[in-house]
Design a protein around this ligand. Sequence first.
Ligand SMILES: Cc1ncc(COP(=O)(O)O)c(C=O)c1O
Length: 385
Amino acid sequence: MIYLNNSATSYPKPQNVVEAVSNYLTTVPVNPSRSGFEVQGEDAPTACRQKLAAFFKADDPNRLIFTSGATESLNMAIFGLTPAEGHIITTAIEHTSVLRPLKALEKEAGLELTIVESDADGCVNPIDIAAHIQTSTKAIVVNHCSNVTGQVLDIKSIAGIAHEHGLVLIVDGSQSAGNIPIDITGAGIDIFAFTGHKSLYGMPGVGGVYIREGLALKPLKVGGTGVKSELLSQPTELPLYYESGTHNLPGIVSLAAGIDFIQDTGLEQINRTKHNHLKRLTEGLHDIPEVTIYGSDDFDNRCAVFCFNMEGISPPDLGYILEGSFGIIARAGLHCAPLIHKAMGAYPQGSVRVSPSYFTTTAEIDFFIKAIQEISANIQHYENY
Ligand SMILES: Cc1ncc(COP(=O)(O)O)c(C=O)c1O
């Protein structure tokens, strides 16, 4: 099997991540503030929070809240902004984790929503965002990096525009975290949502959200925090305010180990390897007449996500052929991002997505290219597959 679906979830996980989780699961559990004995040294959430704060250049580790992933983080950010009504600007490159909560507020709470168009590569011009600001606008929600074209948006410029108008900037960092350097404080990001199981190499079911000082969201859940049990209302200090219930400790341990792996390997090295794969994919498929490649040629502003289509074969059929005949796991469909597919001219059928990881080899990329060449050379056979 050749696994080329790392934008969905990364595989394989680095060895140190596997070992950290295994150690956690085979050692007497320490549940922060809930165990029967004193925690020796730092507890796992505190240690991971510090690593994340350093990695994302966040000013205060306690403002990094653990969640089950970007979906929960984005729900927390979007539903937590009060009052629910007012005007929010978002973009056409968003994932349904952004679009659906916003659409729910539009329907149920009278939120006014503007979705700014992108070009066919998934690029959104900050000036187009600025043009939609009105007096009732309270926030801008943007995807840092498209999970379809890999396009990276100019977050610093968008943050400048947001702050000039006193708006809250919510950034979906699901695809950027672990792929490109992130400087939450330097960029002026107010809320940064991320997920742990993609390019941060953690397990599925863990992620987080950074909430800058001075911003208070309505928590998605309240309940047990392990401490301050004399209080019948939610403790207000961070991170307790937002973190009720037992943490996903194996997930948090895996995330901390994932950050260690990235720091030890070097983000630049990881990025370079993935970009080499992206370039090889683009060059390898470029001259195949049936193939349409999506995304910009400006690789400097892209993460290694590669979407394409083949004339004569639908994306689901192509995904099925790649897996069934060649043992290649790619992803076919709309990738939870319907609106960018409209901009690409690939709606409603979607596209086939290939997303290599740091662990993908050049031989695997070449095998994939050969598979597409073979399908193209025998297109009649595969059309009736
Ligand atoms: C851009 C983007 N946003 C949000 C998400 C949701 O992440 P999770 O399913 O880990 O909550 C994803 C994952 O596919 C994504 O690619």
